[in-house]
Design a protein around this ligand. Structure first.
Ligand code: NAP
Length: 311
């Protein structure tokens, strides 16, 4: 397999590199953003023509938090559409036989029934704060489906749940809840602070998948002879934010108090993927959340010491 991982320097892309570089018979093809701007269709086409990968995973995207998504919706729609069209059409035109496109659970309608099933796609309005990003991702997964239907290429898409692990973003304002808690508890422990303030009531429920498991699931999906056009990747289990907070505090070794600031918003009460399609095919997550968080805290400390923490 000559595998191009688009976006290999991101959190997901780096996990895919770790996964596939130990697999015999796989030659990795990697380009940094400086070497290849994936929104540039002509440059991507020239790259495919010169390097001739036979398999592609699209893990590149312009990603951001609520603030960035709602302030720059034009950039989020344009860049992500351009990445999808360059990578997918370019792959088809260059004779790539297999392509896996990655999206996220925000493609599903805001009020879709939980757990989120693949067939709830396009059944209702999207969450307005990330509509631009979601529309680009829906266009990308539909491109895969339609190229497969019209041209017979094996292009398909996977939608991961919330991810965590090495290479995560620990930015003070822009990070997701799990890395934000790791940083908060680590800093409180280091400073000897008596309390940590957590946002909301702690009652919302969320699902978390270690990014190395997503990479493993991608390897599994790429080996299927007839993969579904669209498949959710998650653990199928959920924790409350309160349980997660207690778990992260315990893993970090913080012994102070946690104070809940109920004046801060909770967000969606529940966000869980239905993973029955993936389970029926034979793949299941194995890393328990406590083990995954312990590994991630070790990675956080190593990245902090090396000066490579994304923050
Ligand atoms: N993290 C999660 O919790 C999560 C959950 C579900 C789904 N996903 C999905 O997984 C995919 C990857 O996410 P991630 O968390 O790995 O994000 P990430 O860490 O920000 O990685 C994205 C990568 O894409 C690169 N990129 C962006 N625009 C590019 C361009 N024009 N040309 C070349 N490279 C470009 C980025 O380069 P720069 O670093 O230079 O910007 C970065 O290396 C996305 O589709 C996302 O929706 C992520």
């Amino acid at each position: 397999m000559k595998l191009f991982i688009a976006g290999h320097q991101g959190m997901v892309g780096a996990a895919l590199v770790r996964r596939f570089q130990r697999e015999p018979g796989v030659a990795l093809l990697l380009r940094s953003r400086q070497e290849l701007d994936l929104t540039d269709a002509a440059a991507v086409a020239a790259f495919y023509a010169a390097e001739k990968p036979d398999t592609v995973i699209v893990a590149a995207a312009k990603v951001g938090g609520i603030h960035a998504n709602s302030t720059y919706p034009a950039d989020f729609l344009f860049d992500n559409l351009a990445i999808a069209t360059s990578c997918i059409h370019g792959a088809y035109a260059a004779g790539v036989r297999r392509l896996l496109f990655l999206g996220s659970s925000c493609i599903y309608p805001k009020l879709a029934p939980q757990p989120l099933r693949e067939d709830c796609l396009l059944t209702g309005p999207l969450e307005p704060t990330n509509e631009a990003y979601a529309i680009a991702k829906i266009a990308g997964l539909k491109l895969c489906e339609y190229y497969r239907r019209q041209h017979g290429v094996l292009f398909h898409a996977a939608m991961p749940t919330n991810l965590y692990g090495p290479g995560d973003n620990y930015h003070r304002q822009n990070s997701h809840v799990l890395p934000a808690l790791i940083r908060k508890f680590h800093e409180a422990k280091t400073a000897g602070a008596p309390e940590v303030v957590a946002w909301g009531t702690g009652s919302p429920r969320r699902e978390f998948l270690h990014v190395d498991e997503l990479a493993d699931a991608c390897g599994f999906l790429l080996r299927l002879a007839a993969p579904p056009d669209l498949i959710n990747v998650g653990t199928g289990t959920e924790v409350t934010i309160r349980e997660l907070t207690e778990l992260v505090g315990a893993v970090v070794g913080y012994t102070g108090r946690v104070v809940w600031d109920g004046t801060k918003p909770d967000g969606t009460p529940r966000k869980l993927m239905d993973v029955s399609r993936l389970t029926a095919l034979g793949w299941q997550a194995k890393i328990a959340l406590r083990d995954g968080v312990a590994r991630t805290y070790r990675d956080f400390l190593a990245e902090l010491a090396a000066g490579t923490l994304r923050s």
